[in-house]
Design a protein around this ligand. Structure first.
Ligand SMILES: Nc1ncnc2c1ncn2[C@@H]1O[C@H](COP(=O)(O)OP(=O)(O)OP(=O)(O)O)[C@@H](O)[C@H]1O
Ligand SMILES: [Mg+2]
Length: 342
């Protein structure tokens, strides 16, 4: 069967090249265990775009081979001799990530940032979602433009709201303008957001990443030493499968993961008190236990969270005594504990 797999892989092009993945020499070990084909992909370049294409094209090329029930692609990134630089003025960089979109990364980023700021820390929030920046709306700074730093014209001043210093591409482009930038520009923007913004001294910089395993994740991990990734997931199986991919990608990028937050964990009917597990329940904790990382808590589905996001007044500000605001604060506390013991 391995010969058949190799034959099929001989038809899969390496993205942007005229050679197959076999000829490009990026296929490592191939093994079969109980119908699961494990294929090692030995990337020679940090090309998130190519990885994303191969994550689809390789499994689809071999999944129809008789006897293959599932495909497990093991991605190896090229080794870098250099460690990413530690940004001296920022004590901890935290990055929220997920495999699936819309699971609540930005909501978690915003409420964690506010919780940490309320604990008395100096906090920054970097919106690394260049295509769909949601942070300005969620933090109530939509339409507020950034300004150059009068003390250093090569730098931009972050916008301060709810005690948090914020930078987002959304504060630099007209609302509704579609962003059609490609990879390299994303790298540039993230680099600039890290280095050309007057952050001054920060205890925490929260980076709100777009979903998936792409350029933003890669660039961040290369440009700065990230202290901890925060995996955000909803409890249902499809979201957890993707959370596992996001986790694996951070492990590959040598980003330590501080834990998992299960968002949209359950719903308590405000009228009758009935608790419904809309997206199932407990998957986040099970996943955290499986990969041996801390479970940072569960955030229920709550209309105040959605309203707070839409209205630019996050629940951690508008209703700090609510169950959900306390859940975000507890998650922030657990993160601090994990970092302290790291
Ligand atoms: N626990 C929750 N209860 C109710 N609504 C929520 C909850 N978490 C998030 N939402 C809402 O769900 C929507 C998606 O959340 P959010 O934008 O934070 O997800 P995301 O993972 O950042 O999405 P994307 O992948 O597009 O960046 C938002 O409207 C948000 O207000
Ligand atoms: Mg988001």
């Amino acid at each position: 069967m391995i010969d058949k797999i190799k034959e099929e892989l001989g038809k899969v092009f390496y993205p942007g090249k005229t050679n197959s993945v076999i000829k490009e020499g990026v296929i490592g070990n191939i093994s079969i265990d109980d119908g699961v084909a494990s294929i090692e992909l030995l990337m020679k370049e940090d090309n998130a775009n190519a990885i994303q294409i191969l994550q689809k094209s390789i499994p689809s090329a071999i999944k129809n081979i008789e006897g293959v029930k599932d495909v497990n692609l093991i991605i190896n990134l090229p080794k870098h001799d250099q460690e990413p630089p530690k940004l001296q003025h920022i004590r901890y960089i935290l990055a929220t990530t997920s495999g699936k979109g819309g699971v609540g990364k930005s909501t978690v980023s915003v409420n964690l940032a506010i919780s940490l700021s309320k604990f008395g820390y100096k906090v920054g929030l970097l919106d690394a979602d260049i295509y769909g920046p949601n942070i300005p709306r969620m933090m109530g700074i939509e339409g507020v433009p950034v300004a150059l730093d009068p003390k250093n014209k090569d730098k931009i001043l972050p916008i301060v709201k709810y005690g948090v210093k914020i930078i987002s591409i959304g504060s630099m482009i007209p609302k509704d303008a579609a962003v059609i930038w490609r990879g390299p520009l994303i790298n540039q923007v993230i680099k600039q957001f890290l280095n050309d913004v007057t952050w001054d001294e920060l205890d925490f910089l929260i980076v709100d990443l777009p979903p998936g395993t792409g350029d933003a994740q890669l660039t961040l991990a290369q440009e700065a030493k990230v202290s901890g990734g925060v995996i955000v997931t909803t409890p249902q199986t499809v979201a957890l499968d993707d959370a596992a991919k996001a986790y694996d990608f951070f492990v590959k990028l040598k980003v330590p993961v501080v834990g998992v937050i299960e968002n949209m964990s359950y719903f308590v009917c405000p009228k009758c008190g009935y608790k419904a597990d809309i997206f199932s329940h407990g998957g986040g904790k099970t996943f955290a236990q499986k990969v041996k990382i801390p479970f940072l808590g569960e955030i229920p589905i709550d209309i105040q969270i959605r309203e707070g996001g839409d209205e630019g007044s996050p629940v951690s500000v508008s209703n700090p005594d609510s169950v959900v605001a306390k859940a975000f604060a507890d998650a922030a506390r657990s993160i601090i504990e994990t970092l302290k013991n790291a």
